[in-house]
Design a protein around this ligand. Structure first.
Ligand SMILES: NC(=O)c1ccc[n+]([C@@H]2O[C@H](COP(=O)([O-])OP(=O)(O)OC[C@H]3O[C@@H](n4cnc5c(N)ncnc54)[C@H](OP(=O)(O)O)[C@@H]3O)[C@@H](O)[C@H]2O)c1
Length: 261
């Protein structure tokens, strides 16, 4: 997709007073589910998008075509974030974009069981690479570039369960917990030009293989009695990306009260 699509609505300011057309945002794992909804919302507000995907090339290309037909500027970037050289290639391609990113949303993630009685070093390493090393690598590389250019914004996507782990997900839990610590450390190092915050999500969307019984159990465990869905996610990320937001190193919990139960 062309990175150069001109938009008729450039310089438009949204109802909350943010000029999104001056923002270029890299979203990792943007093809589907929460990342896709965020891409659509940012495009509708006039932001330029760098959309990363791994395996969902077809879905990402059709998303880009649809957003571009409405005037959005979209660049697609493919990378398997398990591998250090692909993490670096994605960072370098993003920084080389014109204009380079003012925002980064580290949304891509691996969520697999890692039970102790079937322990796999590979599963452990994949979680750490995709959920911790890659978002930290991208935050360091893009964050330094944003710092040099005078400003930017990084949103890490975490999970409430990293503070109250549930069984059989040790690798996932540790990777998201490490990301929370990295958020605080990076917020100090990249201030004052760049803000770094983390969204600790509860059940927003169930894994695709879940059935109605699983949904019923999850709803029962959440004081608000419902899943968060894409709208709550999008609203929270937009708020953290808003340049006026006075927060860095913060963990914003968006879990419907799940961590209280
Ligand atoms: N859904 C929830 O209720 C929930 C709850 C708590 C936290 N979160 C967090 O919120 C974020 C979005 O959640 P989600 O459920 O929408 O995510 P998801 O569908 O599980 O994953 C998002 C994307 O991650 C990408 N990904 C997986 N392995 C990758 C790899 N090796 N290299 C590069 N990309 C890879 C995939 O891209 P491709 O499809 O292109 O392969 C996938 O579409 C995640 O960080 C997740 O941990 C979600």
């Amino acid at each position: 997709m062309s990175p150069q699509t001109d938009r008729a609505d450039a310089d438009k300011t949204d109802a909350a007073g943010v000029n999104w057309s001056s923002q270029t945002v890299l979203i990792t794992g943007a093809a589907r589910r929460l990342g896709r909804a965020l891409a659509a919302a940012l495009a509708a507000r006039g932001a330029r998008l760098l959309l990363h995907y791994h395996r969902s090339g077809g879905e990402t290309h059709s998303l880009a075509r649809s957003l571009e037909s409405n005037g959005a500027s979209v660049t697609l970037l493919q990378a398997d974030l398990r591998h250090p050289e692909e993490q670096e290639r994605l960072a370098a391609q993003a920084i080389a974009a014109d204009p380079p990113p003012t925002g980064l949303v580290n949304n891509a993630s691996l969520y697999e069981r890692s039970p102790l009685d079937d322990w796999s070093r590979q599963v452990w390493e994949d979680h750490l690479a995709i959920n911790l090393t890659a978002p930290v690598w991208l935050a360091v590389r893009l964050g330094r570039d944003m710092q040099a250019r005078g400003g930017g914004n990084i949103v890490q996507i975490g999970d409430w369960s990293s503070r109250r782990p549930y069984p059989h997900y040790l690798a996932y839990t540790v990777s998201k917990g490490g990301l929370e610590t990295a958020t605080r450390a990076l917020a100090r190092e990249l201030a004052p030009q760049v803000r770094v915050n983390l969204l600790a999500l509860g059940p927003m969307l169930l894994p695709e293989e879940s059935g109605p019984e699983r949904e019923r159990l999850v709803r029962r465990a959440v004081p608000l009695g419902r899943l968060g869905g894409t709208e709550a996610y999008v609203a929270a990320v937009l708020s953290l990306l808003d340049p006026r937001t006075y927060a860095t190193g913060s963990v914003v919990t968006l879990d419907g009260g799940r961590s209280l139960t």
